[in-house]
Design a protein around this ligand. Structure first.
Ligand code: C2E
Ligand code: CA
Ligand code: CA
Length: 421
């Protein structure tokens, strides 16, 4: 078995690919490149000491090599990344090789009495279809590998042009986020939260919209993750809270009775040590009583909440409430929510969608409701789209709803019309 130091490195791979392209006369021959990145390698390293890690990597290299045709060129790119170049090959052979590596790595390794499962995310690309030179081949194969990493890992995927579009759209959007606030491209829409019995609007959920000058309206599910990755979420989140509080205050000033302003916050915001102070400062600036505010956190994001518990406590001491959003899509237990200091559960729209016909969803919603009552948590059903759903919800005694059936999120002026009606 070759030790890692004996493996061709990145530089050698580049030289090798350059020579392949230089001597590539018959363009019906395929040159393929597989880029492999090991999954969860850092975590696995913690199982072993450093000397062992090199041996584990050499073992993995051996598995990779033995899964490839004999004339292929395998290189160690450093850390947890390997590459295999295939010359005079076919797309079918490249695909088989990628699948063989993936399958052979996907087996537990026994080492010094410990078990490790180290799978790989493999992306591959082939010239002439995906690339005309070494640079393009590396770029497209790496894009495919990154795509696998992002979409579940432990798989092998060939480069597809849509991967480039996705990346360039993402890069453009990230760059466009920076001036978006100053250029007033963000707007808030509001969706009414309605009391099921009286059908009165009791609250407003602020939902952010980005009016991009070139791409039009961009949904929050596309740009919020980018804002989180880049840290812009803090400025944007502050703006949302200030704007929503100011709008809400103006409705109260007009004598409209509303109980609650719901604002979505990302866990990235909550993790900031000064989050509670920022929120209180903004509320003061907007002159809104904290008791009106309910901050919504998505369930799937709330797993590592212990570190933010003090932030929640500080805000709750000032009267701010907390709701768990999209409840039922993540793993939070109701008891955990109570301990963390949540006040309200928003049942995810997925459970409401078939609530009138699916007995399983009925049982789940029924038991969430029972537990919530025992723990004194409020409940809002989201995504109510039909009269039948509303009737069912009323019948099982859920008090508040949101959904297209009552109103989609609308801009401030339209929301004011709803309030007046
Ligand atoms: P969410 O907080 O769960 O918001 C509810 C989403 O469901 C909204 O999508 C809303 O337009 C949509 N919706 C409302 N009623 C219905 C219905 O009857 N049927 C269906 N199918 N959908 C309905 P939207 O506005 O695209 O927002 C998506 C998500 O983006 C939000 O999910 C929230 O997690 C996030 N988001 C929105 N604004 C902000 C914000 O200011 N800050 C943060 N951090 N996240 C935000
Ligand atoms: Ca929400
Ligand atoms: Ca939701």
């Amino acid at each position: 078995m070759l030790s890692l130091s004996q493996w061709p490195k990145r530089y050698h791979l580049y030289q090798y690919l350059d020579s392949l392209f230089l001597n590539w006369d018959d363009k019906s021959d395929t040159i393929a490149l597989l880029i492999m990145n090991l999954d969860n390698f850092r975590e696995t390293c913690e199982l072993f000491d450093y000397r062992d890690i090199e041996i584990v990597l050499a073992n993995i290299g051996q598995i990779i090599k033995s899964s490839c045709p004999p004339d292929s060129y395998a290189a160690w790119l450093g850390s947890d990344e390997f590459a295999v170049a295939l010359e005079n090959t076919t797309e079918a052979e490249a695909e088989q090789t990628a699948a063989a590596i993936c399958g052979n790595l996907n087996k537990p390794m026994h080492f010094h009495g410990k078990n490790a499962l180290i799978t790989a995310s493999i992306g591959w690309a082939a010239a002439p279809k995906d690339a005309g030179d070494r640079y393009e081949l590396l770029k497209t194969a790496t894009m495919a590998m990154n795509w696998v990493k992002k979409h579940g890992k432990n798989d092998c995927v060939r480069y597809e042009p849509f991967m480039s579009f996705q990346i360039s759209r993402k890069v453009n959007l990230v760059n466009d986020l920076a001036p978006a606030l100053a250029e007033k491209q963000f707007v808030l829409h509001y969706q009414p939260q309605v009391n099921v019995i009286s059908q009165n609007i009791v609250g407003a959920e602020a939902l952010l919209r980005w009016r991009h000058p070139k791409h039009g309206l961009i949904p929050p599910l596309e740009f919020i993750p980018l804002a989180e990755e880049t840290g812009y979420i803090h400025q944007i989140g502050d703006w949302v809270l200030y704007q929503a509080s100011t709008d809400f205050n103006s409705w109260l000033q007009q004598g409209i009775v509303l109980e609650r302003l719901a604002v979505n916050v990302s866990i990235v915001q909550l993790k900031q040590a000064d989050f509670a102070e920022r929120v209180l400062g903004i509320l003061e600036q907007a002159q809104l009583d904290p008791a009106y505010l309910e901050l919504e956190i998505t369930e799937s994001q709330s797993m590592d909440l212990p570190e933010v518990k003090p932030q929640i406590e500080r805000l709750r001491n000032h009267g701010v409430r907390f709701a768990i959003d999209d409840f039922g899509t993540g793993f939070a237990s109701l008891n955990h929510l109570r301990y963390m200091g949540f006040d309200t559960i928003k049942i995810d729209k997925a459970y409401i969608h078939n609530i009138t016909t699916n007995s399983r969803d009925q049982v789940i919603v029924g038991s969430i409701l029972t537990m919530a009552e025992l723990l004194h948590l409020g409940i809002i059903a989201e995504g109510v789209e039909t009269d039948a759903q509303l009737k069912y919800i009323r019948q099982i005694n859920i008090k508040e709803v949101q959904g297209y059936y009552l109103s989609p999120p609308v801009d401030k002026t339209a929301f004011e019309q709803l309030l007046i009606k």
